[in-house]
Design a protein around this ligand. Structure first.
Ligand code: NI
Ligand code: MN
Length: 229
């Protein structure tokens, strides 16, 4: 089956496979790149990689409107259910997997931080390895480069979503080393160009990926969809 992935700007992603609708790190309201409004999205599952505002801002409003299942580490899932009125959560932690109707979701570690917007402890930051409709998607979340990223090269990753913005996460150079280790078939850049401090030349990044790795680099504009089958 095919997977359709839309970049919503910054590090927010919309994933569709058949009737399944997943949203990753929805940050739309104060996102100058946002390609959709929170009110437009009907999600079944919302994956939250860590507690920072640019990943959690629109989680509660979307989940509370459409009853989406919020999948996050234990601390963040508990924060959403206890302080944001979210009814359906799946608390998990790094190294564990959960089988949901849309597929299997495994939480990977990330080298980052995770405080929630009100100062609450947000547990450890992570990423998600998703097996959806026979496609293996790896969203690393906000992370610096660390060699354990190479652990997820097998079984083979179809699609990798990796930050390139630098400053808060990997930049172009580190992302290419991560791509060399992870060896995905396709790679999409994220977490860049939202604001001037994380401006990047994604075309230069794509050229470097093409020259130095076996992955196919796909650069989307906010709102643009990529179909993988
Ligand atoms: Ni962050
Ligand atoms: Mn971030």
């Amino acid at each position: 089956m095919a997977l359709a992935i839309t970049w919503l700007g910054h590090s927010a992603w919309w994933v569709q496979a058949g009737k399944h609708r997943l949203l990753i790190d929805p940050f739309l309201t104060d996102n100058p790149q946002a390609a959709r409004q929170a009110e437009e999205l009907e999600a079944e599952v919302i994956l939250v990689s860590h507690g920072h505002f640019d990943h959690v801002q629109d989680v509660a409003s979307i989940a509370n409107r459409c009853g989406a299942n919020v999948v996050a580490n234990f601390e963040i899932a508990t924060w959403f259910s206890q302080t944001q009125g979210v009814k359906h959560t799946t608390p998990m932690n790094i190294g564990g997997a959960v089988q949901l109707p849309c597929g299997r979701i495994f939480m990977t570690p990330a080298l980052h931080s995770s405080q929630l917007p009100d100062g609450s402890y947000g547990g450890n930051p992570g990423g998600f390895l998703c097996d959806i409709a026979g496609v293996r998607l790896f969203y690393t979340g906000d992370t610096g480069l660390f060699s354990d990223l190479g652990l997820w090269a097998k079984p083979a990753i179809d699609i990798l979503i990796v930050p390139i913005g630098d400053l808060y996460t990997m930049g172009i150079e580190e992302s290419i080393r991560a791509i060399e280790w992870i060896q995905p078939k396709v790679v999409l850049p994220t977490h860049y160009n939202t604001w001037p401090p994380i401006a990047q030349d994604a075309q230069r990044w794509a050229k470097e990926v093409g020259a130095r790795t076996s992955a196919k680099a796909v650069v989307l504009q906010p709102g643009e969809e990529y179909r993988y089958s």
